[in-house]
Design a protein around this ligand. Sequence first.
Ligand SMILES: Cc1ncc(COP(=O)(O)O)c(C=O)c1O
Length: 385
Amino acid sequence: MDKHDLSKSDLETKLIHTGHSFDPVTHSLASPIYQTATFGFDTVEQMDEAWNELGYLYTREGNPSTIQLEKKLAALEGGEAAVTMGSGMGAVCSTVLTLLEKGEHILCSKGLFFHSDIFFRELIDKMDAEVSFADFKDMEDVKQNIKENTTIIFIETPENPKLGVVDIKEVAELAKENDCILIVDSTFAPPPIQYSLQHGADLVLHSLTKYINGHGDALGGAIIGRKDLIEKIKYPGMPCYTGAALSPFNAWLIMRGMATLTMRIQKHCENALAISKFLESHEYVEKVIYPALESDPSYELCQKQMNGLGGGIVSFWLKDGIKGMTVREADYKLCNNMNLLSIATSLGEAHTLIQVENSNMIRIAVGLEGAQDLIADIKQAFDKL
Ligand SMILES: Cc1ncc(COP(=O)(O)O)c(C=O)c1O
């Protein structure tokens, strides 16, 4: 049990202290990892009691390490409750399979992460439910796609990988008017960048694999927000039935990462802004997208909704014809020339990662190295083109 009332504490304090207590047996200050598949009882009666009171019986159904993480996640977003899953996609799948009923319609953003997009296009389409897609940066398109049977709106902001920023407040008002649940995938902008629930979302979703863990060594996912909806997802147990439960060790790693989230986020954002300005000034760059750049179409909304912080992803296109190369040839050469930046997918970890997208766009998932070192590496990669 928390010794202090943390409700009015700073986010940094909440992330360290929420759900934390000394281990009652050994007084270990660091939380133990309850790395067990099952739980043992002296008597069958005790086991029955644990079952009836939703105590711990088997880790796929619940574990003290994952429950501790869920308390921290609820505190992070200011939500009533949270439920964790084995990955971000586990969270997408468990949430939608729980909340979407037969014959209902879900309206999704056209700008979703491609695995979420495939999940909606291919899996939901196979169910007795309807799915359609709208550009959520164009509210007229959204309004036209709302139907009588629309019950859920699912958006992502900023969008992966093109960094479109959606006005959560505007969408939340429309969702309310139409009696829809609004789910926001905020993986690219966790607090202290964006507080989706405060802007009116019913549920906020995260791939914990990214900034929230922050060290690139564990997969995880979570959904946070209204208690009635979280309980529906948690009991009788979509993560349990889909098998998308989080491992206790990953829960422990993610909690360890969360203790430094606010400091890391500041550094990711400072580095990303510096890199985006460098790229914008480079003669070989056609276009840069980064929501905190004044030239970006999302700049105003970023100030309003993202505390002026653009996040850790910078996307850009090279010019066609650099030294006689096509854009794609130059993209590959530039990435191959990098020394400090690693060619890899994912984001939100200490290492800076770079990848070429299908649209010939290059995405940099900016890490925590020194900004000048990163810029020097990118500069030498351009010089060698
Ligand atoms: C916006 C977004 N949502 C969800 C996911 C899926 O998360 P995970 O890889 O943890 O399943 C990702 C992964 O990159 C993502 O970028």
